[in-house]
Design a protein around this ligand. Sequence first.
Ligand code: FAD
Length: 398
Amino acid sequence: DKARVVVVGGGYGGATAAKYVRLLSDYKIDVVMIEPEAAFISCPLSNLVLGGSRQIGEMTNPYTQLARRHGVQVVRDSVSRIDTAARRVQLAGGPSIGYDKLVVAPGVDLEMTAIQGLPAAHASGQVLQAWRKAGPETVQLRRQLEAMPDGGVYALTIPEQPYRCPPGPYERACQVAWYFKQAKPRSKVLILDANPDVTSKGALFKRVWAEQYPGLIEYRPQHKVEAVDPREGRIRFEVQEDVKAQVMNVLPPMRAGLIAAQSGLSNLANNRWCGVDYLTFESTAARDVHVLGDAIQIAPGMPKSGHMANNHAKVAAAAIVARLSGWEVNPAPMLTNTCYSFVDDKQVMHVASVHAYDPKDRTFKTVPGSGGLSPGPTELEGVYAWNWARNIWADALA
Ligand code: FAD
């Protein structure tokens, strides 16, 4: 009998893991990937849809090659329950599937109930996030920006760290400001950050805001949201004064995707994130279950990014194939990260890092002197950013 690996979630982490278990096992291990969406829609680059320079279709890719070229069985459904004792997953659509090894890569869950009024404001479509998934909600948020009168305020609130994609909100602020600069120059982007300062590429973003978007972007640190009132267009904070805005893009605190919590896998940080053995990404809560991507508890310096999720997936896939084949597990895995940020339609800046597994402390540590930061945004980096995206999509899906 062939061994079977089941993968929960077909995002940056899950899709990569599915393909690499097939590749590294020389197509000897069966892989079933369960994903409710019909296609892969990338969060990276989706801020450009809000700026208006790109369409969501330009960051949408099919799952067909995973099946055709690599023999991954892609099931369009979602997992409603994981029985780690019986090693079975229950599909919302009916049947259950047994596994030898399970990969859980459900991304993040947005903790809507942490903010008063947000669940109702989100359900009615008045206050959007476009953060857990790119797609229809991204397009809906773009429409809100288009409908906003010149002279209006777009407020973007950022939760405390750790959250998905540290530079993502600041890139989004640039994109919206780029649109306002051309289409409604009397308007304003207000960044309300629960953190004490810009969490990623801080000096670079602040310089871009001052030089490229003077008077258009205002940054206010230490603003932790308590409540939203869409009827009055008002955001309330724990300490600071209320803010009024025409478009409210409120990002609540984040935690591991719901299925991880429901299966008892989010065992760290007050049940917010999933503990893993970094050598293999095996869960510290359940055997034969590997958790990847944004859902895991990260070591210092490891961002929650698509690039990282892709790298976790390769380490986990190699460990899974090694164990199922009776081989030794790689004792020295390495991870890399790059995050590009578009400051307008063409110019980009990046942050990069390399992380090596330290067997003594059983964690990943940033390699001293590795990686770095752009001196400033350039169009050449804009070309690199698109090539990064095309490469990582091909790596995960083609
Ligand atoms: P995801 O990619 O979110 O995949 C999770 C998948 O699991 C989803 O497809 C979901 O449908 C599925 N799923 C959830 N629950 C279930 C279930 N019960 N059953 C079956 N399937 C399920 N990262 C970068 O590296 N570079 C960037 O430039 C960058 N820019 C970003 C910009 C924005 C605006 C945002 C929001 C994020 C950005 N990121 C970027 C971060 C990146 O999107 C995430 O880090 C990455 O998607 C994490 O991968 P993942 O596999 O953990 O989760």
